[in-house]
Design a protein around this ligand. Structure first.
Ligand SMILES: [Zn+2]
Length: 322
């Protein structure tokens, strides 16, 4: 039933063509930012989670260790502050490298066993989300894991698969979280800072203007795609990345939101795994890409929370763009 509801509300599907039209119209012909007038807060965010592969073991995280060592060394040398959303069940295994990264970096929670925190996805074989009581217990257990690991209490949350419903947002508020980064920009949510009660929401950056795919050989649109700033797209050829970055910044200008770019990556993407886009070459490619982007816009590599603390609060009281 959850999957059916998710399909019916899927904004990328043709039965939501009116949403495509509305977004295309809203974000059409936005003035692109001028590099000499635009300073950029770049939030490199890493979802530190169990290794990919079957069978899934929520405690296995071998790819995290070399990545965290690399991040410690590189970020210190380059004055990077980043954000690590850590899956609760592996926090204690990673206590030593995470403690080295604090306080220069920001820590958040990425679920407990990498479960869903909202409606089941129509396109992926995940179990339904835990009921509210169990979700509350998983949040508490995640917070206790940080405490047992000698780490500061996280105030930021990102739901696995960017699946997060109103129940989860209420539970996050009750548990004392202050920032949520779970909005589904791959489904066209605007890449801007918004407020939800006591929470500030800062999504992974993406383009809310749909790119339409068409049925083969016909003018009929079949699907709407929203590009997000995941690691694959961030490391894509620069002439492919820049239009995406410019569009994100233009949407933020339209909304009066501070200029920022939130990049979503995972430690396993830096491991030599037989998965498209993964590989240890990504270590150097990430450094090169940050430097290249910095040559176009004055760029500060910051935690995701810094985007909010640096922004004027007034824009948060405006209605969110959709
Ligand atoms: Zn994840």
């Amino acid at each position: 039933m959850g999957r059916l509801v998710d399909w019916l509300s899927e904004p990328r599907a043709p039965h939501h063509a009116i949403t495509w039209w509305r977004r295309a119209r809203r974000y059409r012909d936005l003035p692109r930012p001028r590099p000499d007038e635009t300073s950029l807060t770049l939030a490199l965010t890493f979802d530190v989670e169990r290794d990919p592969g079957q069978p899934v073991d929520p405690h296995r995280c071998q790819t995290c260790f070399p990545f965290l060592d690399w991040l410690d060394e590189v970020s210190a040398a380059r004055d990077w502050r980043t954000t690590l959303f850590v899956q609760g069940s592996i926090v204690e295994q990673l206590a030593a490298p995470l403690r080295r990264l604090v306080p220069r970096h920001e820590l958040g929670l990425h679920g407990y066993f990498h479960e869903l925190w909202g409606r089941q996805l129509w396109f992926a074989p995940y179990e339904p989300p835990p009921p509210p009581g169990l979700r509350r217990a998983l949040l508490e257990e995640g917070l206790r894991a940080f405490e047992r690991a000698g780490l500061p209490r996280p105030r930021a949350f990102r739901a696995p698969n960017l699946v997060c419903d109103q129940t989860t947002l209420a539970l996050l508020e009750q548990a004392g979280f202050r920032l949520d980064s779970s909005a589904a920009t791959y489904r066209g949510e605007a890449p801007i800072v918004t407020r939800h009660g006591a929470l500030v929401r800062v999504p992974v950056s993406g383009a809310p203007r749909p790119i339409l795919h068409r049925w083969l050989g016909t003018p009929l649109p079949s699907w709407a795609v929203h590009r997000v700033v995941n690691l694959v797209n961030f490391l894509a050829p620069f002439d492919e990345l820049m239009p995406l970055v410019e569009e994100v910044l233009a949407v933020q200008t339209l909304a009066g939101s501070p200029h920022h770019l939130v990049v979503l990556a995972h430690p396993w993407e830096f491991a030599d795994l037989p998965i498209t886009g993964c590989g240890s070459a990504n270590y150097d490619r990430l450094i090169d890409r940050v430097e290249l982007l910095s040559s176009y816009f004055p760029t500060k590599v910051s935690g995701i929370g810094d985007i909010v603390s640096r922004s004027a609060l007034a824009h948060l009281d405006r209605p969110a763009a959709s």
